[in-house]
Design a protein around this ligand. Structure first.
Ligand code: DGL
Length: 264
């Protein structure tokens, strides 16, 4: 048995495209519907109840489009809403969380930094994750203010971009951190800059690929994979589509993309 229904993916903005790329690579036949909640960006500084409300509305929209599963491609929205979404909707809902465990496993000196939004780092879910895994590792928590905007606005001036990234990274490198966990789906788009500013020496952990594999396992377990000989399509929706975002999305995915207006 298989299912040709699409998979829904959402984020506050275009960060979740870093996850969509892994899903596309892992499951070439699947049709994907991506929602960017640009009008309500950033989620990281909004109240958990606001983020939960947005997550519920977007998931309802995706279910109306006939999706067989939803990927919350956003650490902040997962922290605020995953339990509610799973209680409310009877399809597989896959969330994201900062890779604390792989971060600890990859560190050679036991000094790991978790880079994420205020919303993620301040959540109960993140506290539980830390209690479960931190053990004898020194974990430094680093909210990265301004990084989401760097990705959304695609700064063309690299020196501006570098100075915003350096501000957060330098203190971490001075503390001897050797592993950086990217706990926000926007940050993989800054990976080259992060790597260079960290002197090319830090281990960088991104959980996008692990989430794509987990999605595939969940769909396979419920006979929901698309097994037809078909090349998957992508459809994009945004709560604030603009020619600029359309250009950025097309550039990030390296193909022409059209953004549809998400109904209010
Ligand atoms: N990309 C989102 C995450 O993974 C959040 C970005 C935002 O603050 O809107 O947490």
């Amino acid at each position: 048995m298989s299912s040709t229904k699409p998979i829904g993916i959402f984020d506050s903005g275009i960060g979740g495209l870093s996850v969509l790329s892994h899903i596309r690579e892992c499951m070439p036949a699947e049709d994907l519907i991506y929602v960017s909640d640009t009008r309500h960006l950033p989620y990281g500084t909004k109240s958990p109840s606001h983020v939960k409300k947005r997550s519920l509305l977007i998931t309802e929209f995706l279910i109306e489009q006939g999706v067989k599963s939803v990927v919350v491609a956003c650490n902040t929205a997962t922290a605020a809403s995953i339990t509610t979404l799973r209680n409310q909707f009877n399809i597989p809902i896959i969330g994201m969380e900062p890779g604390v465990k792989p971060g600890i496993e990859n560190s050679s000196n036991g000094k790991v930094a978790i880079l994420a939004t205020d919303g993620t780092l301040g959540s109960l879910k993140f506290q539980e994750l830390m209690q479960r895994f931190s053990g004898h590792t020194t974990i430094v928590i680093q909210p990265c203010h301004g990084w989401v905007e760097l990705v959304e606005e695609q700064y063309s001036d690299d020196s501006d971009l570098d100075s915003v990234i350096r501000e957060q990274l330098h203190p971490l490198m001075e503390q001897g951190v050797d592993t950086l966990v990217l706990g926000c789906t926007h940050y993989p788009f800054l990976r080259q800059h992060i790597d260079r500013i960290a002197g090319g020496k830090a281990h960088i952990i991104d959980t996008g690929e692990a989430v794509a594999k987990q999605l595939k396992r969940r769909l396979a377990a419920q006979d929901l994979l698309n097994l037809t000989p078909h090349t998957g399509t992508e459809q994009f929706w945004s709560s604030a589509p603009s020619p600029t975002t359309e250009r950025i999305v097309s550039r990030l995915l390296d193909k022409p993309c059209v953004l549809n207006q998400l109904p209010e």
